[in-house]
Ligand binder design. Structure first.
Ligand code: ATP
Length: 252
């Protein structure tokens, strides 16, 4: 492929000076994982929301497979979010339907892409539950009866069932126990490679960034202060702010 999957050009959205993000540009290629790192309040979530069509940015353009995202109709953008894109929220229940069974949470997204055969949908949901290490016997249970780690894995299965090309993740392992985090990261890493998924992931955890991301954008007060391959940025940070971020992790 000679064209990036996603192109972000001079994107800005400021709630107030220094609050939001300013003049962000990058290209994302199929199968590439881009990590957005920076301290709390640096604008990471606002940027992620704008790129994933959940917040109309004040300036700049986003091109998805050669089409201007904000020239598409609202319905087309919503459809994209249900099919070729996925969103993994930090709090799994924000991305799940609490009144719908685990199997229903997965099947619902499949139906958005035209699946109608109940047996096939259920079989696919069972397969996905097992792929994300949830016992398929829990298929009829409500997600509210699951542990935090299971809810997060269910949210991931719900997104992946439509075989998206691009996933947006906001602190995908935030709020989970360290051992649960490690397991989830392992699982995510495997799925990303197997499905050749492109990912834009926000995290303040440089360990998570190191494990999952190929490339990093470092944000400080709404500006990208440094970008590059993950190992280069973390092992040889150029900007003083990145140096501080890396060294404060090392001191922990
Ligand atoms: N809807 C809003 N209206 C006004 N200001 C906002 C709004 N959402 C976020 N902000 C402000 O914009 C700045 C960036 O917030 P954002 O949530 O994008 O940062 P972040 O890097 O994701 O932080 P965190 O890791 O804590 O979520 C913050 O100062 C925040 O208070």
């Amino acid at each position: 492929m000679t064209q990036p999957l996603l192109s972000v050009n001079h994107l800005s959205h400021l709630y107030a000076p220094g609050k939001g993000f300013q003049d962000v540009s990058f290209d994302l290629w199929p199968g590439e994982v881009l990590g957005i790192v920076g301290e709390s309040g640096s604008g990471k979530t606002t940027l992620l929301n704008a790129i994933s069509a959940r917040l109309v940015p004040q300036q700049g353009t986003i091109t998805w497979q050669n089409r201007d995202l904000y020239a598409m109709s609202e319905a087309e953008r919503r459809r994209l979010l249900r099919t070729e894109w996925g969103v993994v929220h930090q709090h799994a229940m924000d991305g799940l339907r609490r009144q719908v069974s685990a199997g229903g949470n997965i099947g619902e997204r499949l139906m958005a892409t035209g699946a109608r055969h109940y047996g096939d949908i259920r079989a696919s949901a069972e397969q996905w539950l097992s792929d994300v290490e949830i016992p398929p016997s829990r298929i009829d249970d409500l997600p509210t009866t699951f542990s935090g780690g299971m809810q997060q894995r269910l949210q991931i299965a719900r997104n992946l069932v439509t075989r998206p090309k691009l996933m947006f993740m906001d602190e995908p392992t935030g709020g989970l126990d360290v051992s649960v985090q490690a397991r989830l990261l392992d699982l995510l890493r495997g799925l990303v490679v197997e499905m050749n998924l492109a990912v834009v992931m926000v995290t303040h955890d440089l360990g998570v960034a190191r494990l999952l991301a190929n490339r990093l954008l470092v944000m400080k007060q709404g500006q990208v202060v440094e970008s590059g391959l993950t190992d280069r940025v973390l092992d040889d940070p150029h900007h003083p702010y990145t140096q501080l971020l890396v060294s404060s992790v090392l001191q922990n």
